[in-house]
Design a protein around this ligand. Structure first.
Ligand code: PBG
Length: 320
């Protein structure tokens, strides 16, 4: 047959396919999340096999050592405090374990890029990402508290503060608070495009952060809106974000691509807890090959244009 273009010719052998591989996923591009709890000797999966780890500061030290040897790109910390408060006035003491964890991680491997979440949902009784007055999640007062939280995390040693609250104007406020406190070397990774998503379920179980009333739709983005996503991205860039994050990753591959084309700034995508859990559960049910599905999903996120992927799979990947 006369077939002028035969694409199968370059797919014939594994070395041939490797030679023409356009995208790669390496552990260098992955960041592993951890949920920091108080105590000693704790390293426990929230649900077995689901990849969300509660760790105490001393165990985080071991984890960071292991990940660093394997070449994992970074570690992201979420605090799970012992006590909740709604006024944001005791954050320093609520974050005591987080402070200890940052100290352990930084003394174990000083050069390992360390990220910390900035948000109030795990620290308040109502589980919303900002301060609440009546039934409203108030913006400007929340921004002040988030900026204070960022300064604390920065002084304790993180390389990146990562606001995931979705209040307006927080990137600018955090940047000036950091600078005023001499923290000019601390970067901001902004959760710029964050959907009000059903895929955060396992995370909320791990962080004890499900909202006790209402939902997050008055601050997180609706999945309907592509142009609004671009506005979120560009606003955070204008306000001084060093890097931008899109999440969930797998249901927003188009927005990762849009973002890649809209800016040259570093882009992160978060393969969130529910996305990871779906693949795990389907794998456990014998419906799909988990390892292959995972590799394929990470590749698609890279192909869409993400430089770095935050994923619960980083740790498994490193241990293979
Ligand atoms: C905190 C925060 C959430 C996630 C990251 N930061 C949960 C939420 O918004 O309810 C979700 C990450 C995941 O599901 O893995 N606001």
């Amino acid at each position: 047959m006369n077939i002028p273009v035969r694409l199968r010719r370059l797919r014939r052998t594994a070395p041939m396919r490797a030679l023409f591989s356009e995208n790669q996923v390496t552990v260098r591009n992955l960041v592993q999340p951890y949920f920091v709890v108080s105590g000693k000797g704790i390293r426990k999966e929230v649900r077995e096999g689901m990849g969300l780890w509660h760790v105490s500061p001393d165990m985080l030290r071991e984890e960071v050592g292991m990940l660093s040897k394997a070449g994992v790109g970074g570690v992201m910390l979420f605090g799970v405090p012992d006590t909740k408060r709604d006024d944001g006035k005791e954050l320093a003491s609520q974050m005591a374990s987080l402070q200890a964890a940052i100290g352990e991680a930084k003394s174990a491997v000083p050069e390992m890029p360390l990220f910390a979440d900035v948000c109030l949902c795990a620290f308040t009784t109502h589980g919303h990402c900002g301060l609440v007055e009546g039934n409203e999640i108030v913006n400007d007062k929340s921004v002040k508290v988030l900026a204070e939280m960022s300064v604390l995390l920065s002084k304790w040693g993180v390389d990146f503060v990562c606001p995931s609250d979705m209040m307006d104007g927080r990137i600018a406020a955090i940047r000036s608070a950091l600078d005023e406190n001499g923290q000019t070397n601390t970067s901001i990774l902004s959760y710029a495009i964050k959907m009000a998503s059903a895929f955060y379920g396992p995370f909320r179980e791990a962080a004890h952060s499900a909202p006790s009333f209402g939902d997050r739709r008055s601050y997180q983005m609706p999945a309907d809106n592509r142009r609004e996503a671009r506005r979120e991205l560009l606003a955070d860039l204008d306000e001084g974000a060093d890097a931008l994050l899109i999440k969930p990753a797998m249901s927003n591959l188009d927005l990762i691509r849009d973002s890649r084309e809209a800016t040259d700034a570093p882009l992160f995508a978060y393969q969130v807890s529910g996305e990871y859990a779906m693949m795990r559960a389907a794998g456990n049910a014998g419906l799909i090959d988990f390892e292959r599905a995972l590799a394929e999903s990470l590749m698609s996120i890279r192909r869409a244009g993400a430089d770095v992927i935050v994923s619960y799979a980083a740790r498994d990947w490193a241990r293979r």
